[in-house]
Design a protein around this ligand. Structure first.
Ligand SMILES: *[C@@H]1O[C@H](CO)[C@@H](O)[C@H](O)[C@H]1NC(C)=O
Ligand SMILES: *[C@@H]1O[C@H](CO)[C@@H](O)[C@H](O)[C@H]1NC(C)=O
Ligand SMILES: *[C@@H]1O[C@H](CO)[C@@H](O)[C@H](O)[C@H]1NC(C)=O
Ligand SMILES: *[C@@H]1O[C@H](CO)[C@@H](O)[C@H](O)[C@H]1NC(C)=O
Ligand SMILES: *[C@@H]1O[C@H](CO)[C@@H](O)[C@H](O)[C@H]1NC(C)=O
Ligand SMILES: *[C@@H]1O[C@H](CO)[C@@H](O)[C@H](O)[C@H]1NC(C)=O
Length: 269
């Protein structure tokens, strides 16, 4: 008789274990997150990521800025936007070690924007994050050495590289390997030279393209007229001349177009 509550307790305990077994975070990823925290903490003191704590009983899927897939328990999203990494004159530059993200085999969304990160030279680390669909690196110090590695991310739909240190000619070949891209933001960089987009087939899924605030020159590439999915385009604040292929139906879906002297998005027609 007296064993009934005990049985219940055991049962509840077993169920709890099973639930945790299904939904708890994967050990490799838990350790990976803590390593990221240790790495970032060198720069920002102890004020961020307070829920990321040691101890196996702490389920990393419940940590702030972490999202797991409810069935597999694997991390699918990391929001590491604006971690207040101080990059003032008296602190050394923070170099991102992209290998820190390799434990996350199923990560789909990664936001590292607004951290003033530098990349360790021409890192190839991004190559491993093959499942990424959205990558936000805006407001950092990444440079052209990262493009080869980024071009491996074939599933990317969203790529924000705004406000970084990219320059020289647009690496069209690397970018056009990303043929699933729907949104590409390259604004506020130092790209220069003729704006050549070559093969419009590669950009056939592109809906939003922001090339504003660079130093592109020459004429507006007429090939833009063949990008049938494009609905928003900004070429503002460059040194481009000429106009888009103007008459419909050449750019059938373009509803927002911002040309060189204009500030902000405006309807194209
Ligand atoms: C980068 O991170 C990986 C994984 O944590 C580590 O093995 C490697 O030593 C790190 N590299 C550098 C240069 O810190
Ligand atoms: C990095 O780039 C430099 C030149 O910019 C090159 O000499 C070097 O081999 C590259 N390293 C890697 C690992 O790709
Ligand atoms: C890219 O990031 C910048 C800075 O956070 C933001 O202003 C911009 O709207 C983003 N672009 C897109 C297309 O979301
Ligand atoms: C840029 O394009 C113009 C024509 O629009 C051409 O005359 C010039 O040679 C090109 N410059 C380079 C560096 O490709
Ligand atoms: C582009 O416009 C055509 C006709 O207006 C429409 O059928 C098509 O779905 C649009 N494509 C996209 C990607 O919006
Ligand atoms: C803009 O391009 C013209 C030639 O097309 C050139 O003469 C001028 O110096 C360029 N301006 C800037 C700011 O690069």
């Amino acid at each position: 008789m007296g064993s009934l509550p005990m049985n219940c307790l055991l049962l509840a305990f077993t169920i709890l274990l099973q639930i945790n077994g299904f939904h708890g975070c994967i050990e490799e990823e838990r350790r990976g997150l803590l390593e990221i925290k240790t790495n970032f903490r060198m720069m920002n003191g102890d004020t961020m990521l307070l829920s990321w704590i040691h101890g196996k009983e702490s389920n990393c899927c419940n940590w702030e800025r972490v999202t797991c897939d409810p069935t597999t328990g694997r991390v699918v999203e990391l929001d590491l936007n604006n971690l207040h990494i101080s990059n003032t004159l008296d602190t050394p530059d923070y170099f991102l070690n992209v290998s820190l993200f390799s434990p996350f085999k199923e990560i789909r969304i990664l936001d590292l924007s607004e951290n003033y990160l530098r990349s360790s030279a021409n890192t190839t680390g991004f190559i491993k994050l093959v499942h990424l669909k959205r990558l936000n690196l805006a407001f950092n110090w990444f440079n052209n050495g990262n493009f080869k590695s980024l071009s491996a991310l074939k599933q990317l739909k969203f790529l924000n590289l705004s406000q970084n240190n990219f320059g020289r000619l647009l690496p069209v070949q690397d970018l056009s390997a990303l043929w699933n891209l729907e949104i590409l933001d390259l604004s506020y960089n130092k790209f220069k030279g003729n704006l050549s987009l070559q093969d419009p087939i590669s950009f056939k899924n592109l809906k939003v393209l922001d090339l504003s605030d660079n130093n592109f020159m020459g004429s507006v590439p007429q090939i833009i007229g063949l990008m049938s999915s494009l609905s928003a385009l900004s070429l503002a604040y460059n040194n481009l001349t000429g106009f888009l292929p103007s008459k419909e139906p050449k750019v059938p879906n373009l509803s927002f177009y911002c040309s060189r002297r204009m500030n902000g998005w405006i309807p194209s027609i």
